[in-house]
Ligand binder design. Sequence first.
Ligand code: EPS
Length: 397
Amino acid sequence: MHLRFLTAGESHGPALTSIIEGMPAGVPVVVEQIDTHLARRQRGYGRGGRMKIETDRAQISAGVRHGKTIGSPITLTVMNRDFESWQDVMSVEPVAPYAPDTPKRRPIEVPRPGHVDYAGGIKYRIEDMRNILERASARETTMRVASGALARRLLEECGIFMGSHVVEIGGISVDQSTLVGRFPSAQELNAHADSSEVRCLDKAAEAAMIQRIDEARDNGDTVGGVFEVIVDGLPVGLGSHVHWDRKLDGRLAGALMSIHAMKGVEIGLGFEAARRFGSQVHDAFEVGSPLARPTNNAGGLEGGVTNGEPLVCRVAMKPISTLMKALPSVNITTGQATAAHVERSDYCAVPAAGVVGEAMVAIVLADALLEKFGGDSLEEIQESLRNHRAYAAKVAR
Ligand code: EPS
C-alpha cells in the first residue's frame, strides 16, 4: 500500500483524528479545501440534530508546511463540539457508577437490530454497548472525508476529478435518461448535485425523495438509497490484472463497502450486465487516439485496470438502524423482551454518504496512482504521468 490512513475517535468523544501516510511532497494543500468537503458531508435532507451542533473544521498539525505537503505523515484533527454535553458519559477518567440522576450514563443493554451493538458487545465482552456504538457511529466518516480531501488534492494536480450524485432514496429513483450527456465532467456534476438537498440531479425525483424521507421521519422510520461516484481524467493502466489483491475493482468495492451501512457496490452496468448478452455489454473500440469507446458499460475498468474511460461506481446504503419507533429487542442483562435502544440519529444520510464515497474512491485511486507513477515528489509523479499519457496517445496511430 502506497497511501494509507488510520482514523481514531468516538462519536461523542473530545475529537476525531486521522494520520495519512504516503503523500508525496509538494502537493498544495490549504485547510479550507478540506473544510469544504467536511461541510458537504454535513448537509443533506434527513439529518438529525447533531449536524446543527457541529461545524466540522480540520486542523492540520503535521506534514504540511507553507501550504504544501512535505512528504511526512499528515495529522488531521476535527473537534467534536457536542463533547461539551457528553463530558461525563465519555470521560477518559473513571467516573462514579451510574445512578438514576445521571440518566445519560445509563448503560446501553438493548441492542438495535441492524446495528453492531449486539455482535460488538459479545465480541468485546462489554455490557454497556455504548463502548461499541461510539466507534461504530458514522461520525467516523468525518475523518474519511478529511483524509480523502488530501488524496483528492493529489489527484487534481494530476488532472483527475471526481463527483457524486444520489440516484435512489427509499425506492424512488432518478430517470437515468435525463442525465445522459448532460454532465460531461465530474467537477460539473458536484456543482449541480450540491445545490440539491438530496444531491439529486432529477428535480421530479428530488421532490419524491424528500417526500419519502418526510414519510420515514413521521413514522419514526429511516430510508436508505443509492449514490454514484464518477471520476474523470484517469490514465489507462491504474490497478493490475495480475493478482487478486491488486485488481482495482476489488479495492474500490472493498473501500466503498467499508463505509457504514453500505450493502452493495456496482461498477459500470453492474448487476445489469449479468442479464444481457455479451454483445450488449462490452464496449466496442473505435479508431482514435487514444482508442475511442462509444459506450462505457464497463464503468472505466476492465480486468481490474483503468481503461481511460470515466470510472462509475454505484453504492447501495441500507436504512440507518436507529429507529425512533424502535423494533423489538431484548435486554442482554435481564433477558427481558423490550424495544431497542433509541438515540438521536439521522432519518436518511444517503446524500452525505455520496460525499464519503468520493473520499474513499479518492484514497484508493491516489494509492493506485502512486503505485504506478510513485515518486517522492509531485513533480516526479507528474513527469511519469506525462510520459505515460504520451505513450498511450501513440498507440494505434
Ligand atoms: C453522524 C453523527 C452521529 C449521527 C450519525 C452520523 O451523531 P449523533 O449520534 O450524536 O446524533 O447523527 O450516526 C449514524 C448515522 C450512525 O449510524 O451512527 C455524523 O457526523 O455523520
